[in-house]
Structures are given as structure tokens and as C-alpha cells.
Design a protein around this ligand. Structure first.
Ligand code: G3D
Ligand code: MG
Length: 183
């Protein structure tokens, strides 16, 4: 079975671990048990692409502490696909994707997001349960830049309520299918 490496990147507290837990176990973790991720953690998940190919996804979740920067490099190396997380209630986390996380990917891999590899990633706008609809319209406008510049498609989700996760999952499977490494 093909193994595909996927990375989840973005500032701390954006809900990456909450999402990864829900994605691999189906449950939102009890915040009392959600400790700040130290270094990087990874989990595997067997998925089936739309055409029926089975793939083992190794999903890497980076903790975000800069003293573990070496883990970040290891994590990014060899990643085929991924998700870039920001928190809709803290929009500087969106800016940091462009100023920090996208350059970090490009420096530690042979991917170039502006030159087509943006299609390997999804932009994930998490915590939509915290904001109202007007605000979502405003943010949809802000993320348009990422679509134009990197072809990064945005998904609004709540790792807490589960909103938007089914769509994100379906779309991610299509991307996985497109980038399964040759056996
Ligand atoms: P990280 O892995 O990106 O650092 P975490 O983020 O998954 O550790 O989540 C950080 C905090 O945000 C946690 O709360 C978590 O419960 C909360 N959170 C994650 N996703 C959502 C969401 O969709 N909506 C809301 N409202 N909260 C979310 P604590 O209280 O532990 O800091
Ligand atoms: Mg975490």
C-alpha cells in the first residue's frame, strides 16, 4: 500500500492538534487533555481515494515551538501534501502563513508553492464557531490572495463542532490521489 506523508502546519493554538485528533480518531479532544504539542507528533490513517486506491497517510502535526525547529525540517522533508492552518479569530495567524510557514516549506523541501505545488495544500480557516457570518465574508476576501498567488483553496471549518470537516476530507482525498508516489 502506498504511504503518503502529509503535514499540518501553522501557528500554535490554531487547532492543528484538535483537528488531527478528530481526523484520525473521529473525536474532538477534551481541552483538559489537550496539552501543547511538544516537538512534532504523527499518526497514521488508512484512507481510500475517490478512485478506490488505499493509501496510508502519515500525518505530521508540528508543535510550533521554535526550539524544535529541527523537527520541523524533518517533518517537511518528503511531505507530498498538507494543510496550512490559521485561526479565523486571530488573523495574524493568516499573515504568518505567508511570512513564515510557506517559506519554511520551500526552504526545507523541493516544493515551490507559487510554481504549482500550492495545489498539494489546502488552506484551513479553523474555529468558524467563534465568529459570525459577516466576518466570514470578510475573511473569504482576505484569503482570495492565497488562491491567486498559490492556488491554495480555503476551507472554513470548526475542529470543535465538526463543521466543514467532511468537505475538507473529501477534497483532501482528491489531492492525495493526485500525488500518490509511484510504487
Ligand atoms: P494547535 O495544535 O494548533 O496548537 P490545539 O492547537 O489543537 O492545541 O488547540 C488550541 C486551542 O483551541 C484548544 O483550546 C482547543 O480546544 C481550541 N480549538 C481548536 N479548534 C477549535 C475550534 O474549531 N473552535 C474553538 N472554539 N476552539 C478550538 P484550549 O482551551 O485548550 O487552549
Ligand atoms: Mg498542537
Amino acid at each position: 500500500m502506498a504511504i503518503l506523508k502529509a503535514v499540518i502546519l501553522g501557528d500554535t493554538e490554531c487547532g492543528k492538534t484538535s483537528f488531527a485528533q478528530r481526523y484520525t480518531t473521529g473525536n474532538f479532544p477534551d481541552p483538559n487533555y489537550l496539552r501543547t504539542t511538544i516537538g512534532a507528533s504523527f499518526d497514521t490513517k488508512k484512507v481510500q481515494t475517490p478512485s478506490g486506491t488505499e493509501v496510508t497517510l502519515s500525518l505530521w502535526d508540528f508543535g510550533g515551538q521554535m526550539r524544535f525547529i529541527d523537527h520541523l525540517k524533518t517533518m517537511i522533508r518528503g511531505a507530498a501534501v498538507g494543510m496550512l492552518f490559521f485561526d479565523v479569530s486571530r488573523l495574524h495567524t493568516l499573515d504568518n502563513l505567508e511570512s513564515y510557514w510557506i517559506p519554511a516549506i520551500e526552504e526545507n523541501s523541493n516544493l515551490n508553492l507559487k510554481e504549482g505545488d500550492g495545489e498539494r495544500f489546502l488552506l484551513v480557516a479553523n474555529k468558524v464557531d467563534l465568529i459570525d457570518a459577516d466576518r466570514i465574508d470578510y475573511i473569504a476576501n482576505e484569503v482570495h490572495h492565497f488562491l491567486q498567488t498559490y492556488k491554495l483553496e480555503t476551507h472554513f471549518i470548526s475542529a470543535k463542532t465538526g463543521m466543514g470537516i467532511e468537505n475538507l476530507d473529501m477534497r483532501f482525498l482528491e489531492i492525495i490521489e493526485q500525488f500518490i508516489p509511484n510504487q
